[in-house]
Design a protein around this ligand. Structure first.
Ligand SMILES: CC(C)(COP(=O)(O)OP(=O)(O)OC[C@H]1O[C@@H](n2cnc3c(N)ncnc32)[C@H](O)[C@@H]1OP(=O)(O)O)[C@@H](O)C(=O)NCCC(=O)NCCS
Length: 155
């Protein structure tokens, strides 16, 4: 399957100083019941194994990916791109960055949960090597199920 090639974004590793920027991106991208506020994000940022990639386009924050790596396993904690920057390949570039970072840290697979209702994210993950590994019933506050997706690169 062919993929459109977009201009690369600048990706920087986020620190505590980016807490407010990340919170604004998250609030913009998720419904109120799923939003993580600045305090929650600042608690996660320095946790062991947590790495956060902030995408910048023309120096403006466009989206971010937060992963956690523990031993051979990596997990996507959250991913979002602001509406003005969507469908320009930014989430795909963040995922590529995250997989490389997880590989560097010794992970051989990555997993995540995504709502059965979130068809855009499902298409993104299907196109970046993720396959369904399970389902969690009534996982989200609105009662919807989550698909558990996994991407393995280990032998
Ligand atoms: C899901 C999300 C991160 C995608 O970000 P994005 O930067 O627009 O995605 P990309 O431009 O990198 O798209 C990569 C692929 O994702 C899929 N995709 C992205 N947006 C899509 C849409 N609106 N409808 C269908 N497929 C879509 C496509 O397969 C696309 O590949 P293509 O360009 O070859 O068609 C973004 O829509 C978002 O932040 N949504 C709200 C938060 C969210 O749902 N996060 C994920 C939680 S698991």
């Amino acid at each position: 399957m062919s993929q459109t090639v977009f201009e690369p974004v600048e990706i920087v590793e986020a620190t505590l100083a980016h807490g407010a920027v990340l919170a604004a991106l998250h609030a913009h991208s998720f419904s109120a019941e799923d939003v993580w506020d600045e305090e929650a994000l600042k608690q996660l940022l320095p946790m062991p194994g947590v790495v956060t990639a902030l995408a910048l386009r023309d120096d403006q924050p466009a989206g971010f990916l937060m992963i956690r790596c523990v031993a051979d396993e990596a997990e996507i904690l959250t991913l979002c791109v602001a509406t003005a920057y969507r469908q320009q390949g930014i989430a795909r570039q963040l995922l590529t960055w995250g997989v490389m970072e997880a590989q560097d840290r010794g992970a051989d697979h990555m997993f995540l949960e995504v709502s059965v209702k979130n068809t855009a994210a499902q298409a993104l993950y299907a196109g970046t090597g993720f396959v369904q590994a399970g389902k969690r019933r009534a996982y989200y506050p609105d009662g919807s199920d989550a698909l558990v997706l996994m991407h393995s690169w280990g032998g």
